[in-house]
Design a protein around this ligand. Sequence first.
Ligand SMILES: [Zn+2]
Length: 337
Amino acid sequence: MACSEHRAAQAPTAGRCVIGVDLGGTKTAAGAVGADGRVRFIEEIPTLNRAGGEAVLDATATLVRRLADRLEADGGGPVSAVGVGAAGVVDAASGVVISSTDAISDWAGTNIATGLATRTSLTASVINDVHAHALGEAWQGAGRDAGSMLLASIGTGVGGSLINNGIPLSGARSVAGHIGHIASPDAAGLPCSCGRAGHVEAIASGPALHQHFLRLGGDASIRDARAVCALASEAGAAGQDSTGHRAAVDAVTTAARATGQALGGLANVLDPDVIVVGGGLAAAGPLWWDPLLKAGRAELMDPLCDIPIIGARLGPASAIIGAARHAFNSQHTSDGP
Ligand SMILES: [Zn+2]
């Protein structure tokens, strides 16, 4: 079934573990995950991002088999399936990467599901990595008790996913969730990674925040968003009121405001039970969170004023857990209703 958003996922039943894989542009992490969501053994390898899709699948299959063998040797029984959360736009029905950035060369067109199934002899299923992140939080993290959850992941890029009854909304063309690519007043005229201009990601991602800091006259020796946030957190203390400090505060505030405004507007469209915010910038503290919440709440229609906007809880394992949940969901689908 290509578009599964009208169904509700069944909770995994006790039994075999699956392997969840978080396949990103720089690293691939995998873990054995039980039906209770507990993760046993996590291993990580560098993604062979210049070697092409087939080489990436070779290395991923080796990692999956190693974890499966380790689980079996540990008495955890044979693994029943592998689920992958992968970078790029992924057609979950076929397991094929439809499009991707150049983070992994020759990635578009790769059939991850068939490629891994052939190499591992396991049933394989695939979703986009942000959907996997969201599915993990919805199953075991900040959205655990929610029927519907909008997740925003704010880091190198700005991504999102709407989970409804345990299933991510993939959309008619597998593109749903690209919350970074809606218009933002704070980003007017700024080039976006998608080739257009004025989108949320062009002001709110980590690299965009850093670029904005430089445009405001910030010191070029401050190399990334994390350093800008650290500088901003010093501002206001005695002797810490330089142009650089003010530029850092302005860049962080603007990025957070653009994120919050977008999330508030999306809440008006989607009315989720909860909004969960993760990704690297979510660790930036009140300097980022306060303007995000203020801007988000300012957008909300009155009946939505109490909607919780909270931080993600699972950390780096969330996409592994979510990819595993997708594998469990797929098993139920193939087993029939
Ligand atoms: Zn864009």
